[in-house]
Design a protein around this ligand. Structure first.
Ligand code: EPZ
Length: 429
């Protein structure tokens, strides 16, 4: 199994190109099922979590062509995928595929909308919590689908097609909003989604759906209105930049010190995280090419962070400031309000000497002068990268084990960091 070896202590200086957002690429690829014509997606990151939906879509009969690089393409430019769902030959998404990636459950929406039937394995729990799908099921039932659960599968049918409806989510859910949005594009009549998630990835998917001929308004606000259409057509869409990758590298620079240009980043996608970084003592400037982050000289100030749906502080950035605050001058508090079990990084950060005390959903971090490198283990995607950040700032050698989690969500992590002066390498085998 691959590992990452880091020798900490170097400041980061240079430019990091930001990749396309994993959490937009996934639903965008799934939205390709809604049309018999080709959906072309540009700037798709090369990640394990993008390869997996390719297999899932392939199982439904979708042809996916990945275009190679063209002259003049940037070294880090994402791939272009041509997704052609002309003939859907199978409406079942089997356990073996869905259990590997929760978001693959979302295929239930376009399959039901276009084929009036779907049989999709329940995704099960995961390392960060139980993550039920009851709200996704509620939304599809509101749209007129009949759903039963049998043998671990959700069997969904909508013989006369889906019908527009008013869907009130009792809590903000990204997955629920994606599913309701995709399903409603081909439903008869008007659908209103109340208390919709406002995450930028929802807006990106809605933009793409509109390019495909859907009639969606209000994405990015808590009230999305969808006028159903009979068919969607082909389109071309560029995946928006990854705000979580942006925030992660910004935290890394704040921790090691230095000066890095995050090329292609969009500040409005992560203002809450940039505010926290400024409070902690980093300097953030916005320019034509993205965001520049620097910290020189001054120590880190403690901050209090509480995760919340967008535009609040993202749960996917919760582990990273915990690494950062472990070297602040004083005590910080980080509260996780979205997932019940997203603190697996705490015990691993303790291996660097970090002083973190957990009480329910709040972690108290008492800053110390220096972390020391250690062998650590990645537990989930975002937790893993907090260990990398800690390792970059720690004295001595850190070995991060089980890095397949990192490969799910961070494109060329060690290349991007070593180009900025970090001593970081992948050790194969
Ligand atoms: C998305 O997960 C992201 N995944 C997650 O990123 C992210 O952490 C999360 O949104 C929150 O921002 C993708 O986009 C692929 P939710 P999702 O539905 O859609 C509860 C990463 O590291 N809930 O907004 O599954 C749920 O348990 C990943 O990239 C129900 O109770 O999140 C959670 O407590 C991890 N019933 C809360 O809602 C439901 O039917 C928010 O979940 C659905 C969700």
């Amino acid at each position: 199994m691959d590992r990452i070896r880091i020798v900490g202590g170097s400041k980061l200086n240079g430019t990091i190109p930001i990749s396309g957002a994993k959490n937009a690429a996934l639903p965008l690829m799934i939205a390709g099922l809604l049309s018999e014509e080709t959906l072309i997606l540009d700037n798709v990151p090369r990640l394990a979590d993008v390869a997996q939906p390719q297999r899932i879509l392939g199982n439904h009969g979708v042809d996916i062509m990945s275009a190679g690089k063209r002259p003049g393409d940037h070294e880090y430019q994402g791939q272009t995928l041509h997704i052609s769902a002309k003939n859907i030959i199978d409406t079942t998404a089997p356990y073996e595929l869905v259990s590997k990636m929760r978001a693959s459950f979302w295929v239930i929406a376009p399959l039901l909308a276009r084929m009036q039937e779907a049989k999709v394995s329940l995704p099960g729990g995961c390392a960060i919590g139980t993550r039920p799908v009851d709200l996704l099921i509620m939304a599809l039932e509101k749209l007129g689908a009949e759903l039963t659960i049998d043998g671990g599968y959700v069997i969904a049918k909508a013989p006369g097609g889906l019908k527009g409806a008013e869907i009130d989510f009792p809590k903000v859910t990204v997955s629920g909003t994606h599913v309701a949005l995709m399903a409603a594009t081909l439903a008869k009549g008007t659908t209103i989604i109340n208390n919709a998630a406002c995450e930028p990835e929802i807006v990106d998917v809605a933009d793409c759906l509109n390019k495909m001929g859907a009639r969606v308004t209000g994405a990015g606000t808590p009230r999305i209105v969808i006028e159903g259409v009979a068919k969607l057509h082909g389109a071309r869409h560029t995946v928006l930049p990854d705000r979580i990758e942006t925030g992660t590298y910004a935290m890394a620079v704040a921790m090691t010190g230095g000066d890095v240009q995050l090329s292609g980043a969009r500040p409005e996608l992560l203002q809450s995280a940039l505010d926290v970084l400024t409070q902690a003592g980093a300097t953030i400037t916005v320019n034509n090419d993205g965001i520049r982050v620097s910290r020189n000289g001054a120590g880190l100030s403690p901050v209090n962070v509480s995760t919340a749906p967008f535009p609040g502080f993202p749960t996917d950035l919760q582990a990273q400031p915990m690494a950062l605050m472990s070297c602040a001058k004083g005590s910080s508090h980080i509260t996780e309000t979205i997932f019940e079990n997203r603190f697996m990084h705490v015990q691993e950060l303790a291996r660097f000497g970090a002083r973190i005390h957990l009480d329910g959903e709040t972690a108290t971090i008492d800053g110390i002068a220096k972390l020391r490198g250690a062998p650590v283990m990645a537990t989930d995607l975002r937790a893993s990268v907090s260990l990398v950040i800690a390792g970059l700032a720690a004295e001595g050698e850190t070995m991060v084990n089980r890095i397949y989690h990192l490969d799910r969500g961070f494109e060329r992590l060690e290349e991007k960091l070593s180009a900025c002066g970090a001593t970081i390498e992948r050790i194969s085998g």
